[in-house]
Design a protein. Structure first.
Length: 53
């Protein structure tokens, strides 16, 4: 049987990519703002993972 990607797997892959990008943005923001994390960025990350999960 050929391997087929389900829509859920594709969504999870894009969610991991988005989470990685968001984590990099949050880390760079944390450095720029001396450790202060923006609640909006965290909320966007959580809502994105919840939507795909």
């Amino acid at each position: 049987m050929p391997a087929r990607r389900s829509p859920h797997e594709a969504c999870m892959k894009s969610a991991w990519i988005a989470a990685t990008v968001a984590a990099l943005l949050i880390m760079s923001s944390a450095v720029a703002f001396a450790g202060w994390l923006t609640p909006a960025a965290l909320l966007a990350l959580l809502s994105g993972l919840t939507f795909c999960g």
